[in-house]
Each structure stands twice: as structure tokens, then as C-alpha cells.
Design a protein around this ligand. Structure first.
Ligand code: PLP
Length: 426
């Protein structure tokens, strides 16, 4: 190990606290974390000079690859003017243009307002607060409850977490946050009293943190229909699915659905800088006009951060200039073929795919789950790492969702690394 690497690991173990991490294991003497130093395209390098395919798009954020020249140039150009400008009391060119371009993806008269924030969680917080305040200001203050889907994930700040349904993350904080009812299907929603509900929140087309589980085709359109019939607002969490991940720019476009709120983050800047956006309709926005107390009193210091907006605009340009969406069907087919190959392995229970997002669920040969303590998913990812693939499991489901710039050969390379890693881990 290089001296630099050793020093960085020492400092980290002495002072850093990592997300979702058992720190005692992280800091154990025999654990040598990778120190990632840079990336290019779909590849990452560590401080020892080793190269890895970025198999989870750097925690689901990266879209066009690392250090994309056009995005880097746009960020650099903005930083030379200013790294941050207040959006409170002022505006700036890039935020204005980006808002217009985001709304331009949707039919006129639908989503036409953009509220900026920082992360997926804050994009959700905004939508939830707007949805509740909307009811207060439109004569239905009793509509304070949300419906959400069992095992859904919407972020970790308190309000967003209270809507989530993945018990290992949220159970101990139940009782804080919004009143919420979890359901498993649109049919189950029918048993709720819509007069209590401000909105229903869903990850459209596929649940991410719940092990990459696609919804049945048509489900989202059915949900839109139910919302139309009951006046409950449809809040789409496209933090993971946005920006081409599922094959279309936004997942909701696959079922011709336009929500009342659309939450965007991770891929908004191409995965380069933290920036989020909550889009909503004229109907919702109108309720915040009028008397002073009707305004939406919410914001963060870095709202509409200019380099973030520059990156987001550049990322949209890359979609256009490099015809990114047009090339996805072929890559998705290559992934489907590779997953079919993996699916024949006796330890692969099921593979799930939506666009370039996939999950590979491991189980014992008799079909039962591995004991949790066996940490099979983790072991397979460790084995794949030595073959040049970086990714993370969700329990025993291996996530594979490369940046959209991945090539067919890189997809095969990654799946080969997993296939070789499974018996090794077993
Ligand atoms: C990652 C994610 C979030 C939270 O976003 P952060 O940027 O981590 O706060 C919310 N919803 C979904 C579907 C996500 O995948």
C-alpha cells in the first residue's frame, strides 16, 4: 500500500463517520477501504492506481460518466464567475433557464414551476410541505395524511423518512413526521378515505432501495386515474429514476403520466454536484399566491447553486448532443441478455430490470434466502471488486446500474465479474 493511501485511511478511520455504515467494522484494523481518487467515463480509479467499472453510478447519481468534458467545462466557466449566488431575493441566468428547460419536458399547462433544493430528501420535503400547505390554503386543512407504498424509500431527513416504508431504516423513528398509511397496490388505496389524504407518494416504475423491484406495467397510469378520481395529489419520487435511467427521460413518461409534484435530484446534474428540483403545477402554485402567510416559507442556503445549475444544463445538452436516449434500447437489450445468462446460475434466484437499472437477487440453491449473517451480497461484490467491478448490494440483491454512457462490452465485462464472483463468494 502506498504511503498516501495509508495516511488517508488512518485519517478517515480516526475522524470520518460514514453513511449507513457499521463504524466498528469500518475502523477494524483488517478493513482496508478503497480510496477513490478520480474517474473517467464509466470508470473509477483508486489511490493504488487500480481501475474499476462504476457499477452503481456512484450511488445512483452519475449519468454521462465521470469528468465528462462538456459538464466539467460548464461548471468551470460558472465557477470563474461565481460559485454561489443567493437565490433569496435575487435570481441568476442559469436557474431561470434550467427551470424553463425542465418544465419543457412536460405538456404545457402541467408542471410549470420549479422549486430548487439540494438533495433527493429535500426535494421530497418540499413536495410534502407544499402538498400539506396547499390543503390548508384551499379549504381542506383536514387533508394532512399521505399514502405511500410499503417498502418505498424517499430519503433520510425526518419528513421524507416518515413517508418511507423500509423498516430497517425508519422503524425506530415512527411516531415522528407525517401521518402516513402504507399500501401495497392501487387497489388497496381504494380502502382509504381520500378526504384525509393530501397526496400519495411513489417511486414510479421501480422501487430502488427495496432491491430494485419494478411495478407491474400500467400501475402508474392506474394510480394517476385513482388520483384524478379522488383529488389526491400524485407525488412522484424520480430521484433515482429520472434522467434516462429507465429508458425515457423520466419514468412517468413511459406511462404518459404527469404528476402533481415531480421530485428530481441524483442525476439532475449528471451526477456531478448536489442539486434538486421539485416541479409542480399551476393549480398547486396558485394556492401560494395572495396574502403573505400563503407564501412557501422554505429554503436552503445553497438553493439553485449556480455551478449545479450549469452542470444540469450541460447534462441536458449532452442528452441532446450525444443522442443518449436513442442509444439506450440497444444497451438495455445487452443488459437483458447478460441478466438472462446470470439468471441461469443456481444461486441467482431472480434478476429484475427496468431500463439500465437492475437487481440480481441471490438465494441458496433450494430457493431459500441466505442467512443474513452470511452477507452473501456483500461477499459477491467483494469478489467482483477484485475483477474490476465496483457495486453495492441491497441485502442479497446486487445492484447493477451503470452510467448511461456504458458500452455493451462494459456491461458484459461487469456481469462476467459478478458471475465469476458468485462461486468464489459461495
Ligand atoms: C436516493 C433517493 C432519495 C434520497 O435522495 P438523497 O439525495 O440521498 O437525499 C429519495 N428517493 C429515492 C427514490 C432515492 O433513490
Amino acid at each position: 500500500m502506498r504511503d498516501d493511501t495509508r495516511r488517508w485511511i488512518e485519517s478517515d478511520k480516526a475522524h470520518c463517520w460514514h453513511p449507513f455504515t457499521r463504524q466498528a467494522e469500518w475502523c477494524a484494523a483488517d478493513h482496508q477501504p478503497l480510496v477513490l481518487t478520480h474517474g473517467e467515463g464509466a470508470w473509477l480509479w483508486d489511490s493504488e492506481g487500480r481501475r474499476y467499472l462504476d457499477g452503481n453510478s456512484s450511488i445512483w447519481t452519475n449519468i454521462h460518466g465521470h469528468a465528462h468534458p462538456a459538464i466539467t467545462a460548464a461548471i468551470r466557466a460558472q465557477i470563474e464567475k461565481s460559485s454561489h449566488l443567493s437565490f433569496l431575493g435575487f435570481t441568476h441566468p442559469l436557474a431561470a433557464v434550467l427551470a424553463q428547460r425542465l418544465c419543457g419536458f412536460f405538456p404545457p399547462g402541467t408542471l410549470e414551476r420549479v422549486f430548487y433544493s439540494d438533495d433527493g430528501s429535500t426535494a421530497i420535503e418540499c413536495a410534502l410541505k407544499m402538498a400539506v400547505q396547499f390543503r390548508m390554503q384551499t379549504g381542506e386543512p383536514q387533508r394532512t395524511r399521505f399514502a405511500a407504498f410499503a417498502d418505498g424509500y424517499h430519503g433520510d431527513t425526518l419528513g421524507a423518512a416518515s413517508i418511507g416504508g423500509v423498516s430497517r431504516f425508519f422503524e425506530r423513528f415512527r411516531g415522528h413526521g407525517y401521518p402516513v398509511t402504507h399500501v401495497r397496490s392501487v387497489a388497496e388505496l381504494g380502502q382509504l378515505d381520500p378526504a384525509e389524504l393530501a397526496g400519495v407518494v411513489i417511486e414510479p416504475l421501480i422501487q430502488g432501495v427495496n432491491g430494485m423491484r419494478p411495478w407491474p406495467p400500467g400501475m402508474l397510469a392506474d394510480l394517476r386515474g385513482w388520483c384524478d378520481g379522488t383529488g389526491v395529489h400524485l407525488i412522484l419520487d424520480e430521484v433515482m429514476t429520472g434522467f434516462g435511467r429507465t429508458g425515457t427521460m423520466f419514468a412517468c413518461q413511459r406511462e404518459n403520466v404527469t404528476p402533481d409534484f415531480l421530485c428530481l435530484a441524483k442525476g439532475l446534474t449528471g451526477g456531478t454536484l448536489p442539486l434538486a428540483a421539485t416541479l409542480t403545477t399551476r393549480e398547486v402554485y396558485s394556492a401560494f399566491l395572495g396574502p403573505a402567510e400563503n407564501a412557501f416559507y422554505y429554503g436552503h442556503s445553497y438553493t439553485a447553486n449556480p455551478p449545479g445549475c450549469a452542470a444540469a444544463l450541460a447534462s441536458l445538452d449532452v442528452f441532446r448532443d450525444e443522442r443518449v436516449l436513442e442509444q439506450l434500447p440497444e444497451k438495455c437489450q445487452r443488459l437483458a441478455a447478460g441478466l438472462a445468462r446470470l439468471g441461469r446460475h443456481p444461486l441467482v434466484h431472480e434478476t429484475r430490470q427496468c431500463g439500465l437499472v437492475s437487481g440480481i437477487e441471490l438465494r441458496q440453491p433450494d430457493g431459500t434466502e441466505f442467512p443474513a449473517a452470511r452477507r452473501m451480497g456483500e461477499s459477491v461484490c467483494q469478489a467482483a471488486r477484485t475483477r474490476g467491478l465496483l457495486t453495492r448490494p441491497i441485502l442479497d440483491t446486487i445492484v447493477f446500474m451503470p452510467p448511461l454512457c456504458v458500452t455493451g462490452d462494459e456491461i458484459d465485462f461487469a456481469l462476467d465479474a459478478l458471475l465469476a464472483g458468485i462461486p468464489e463468494a459461495f
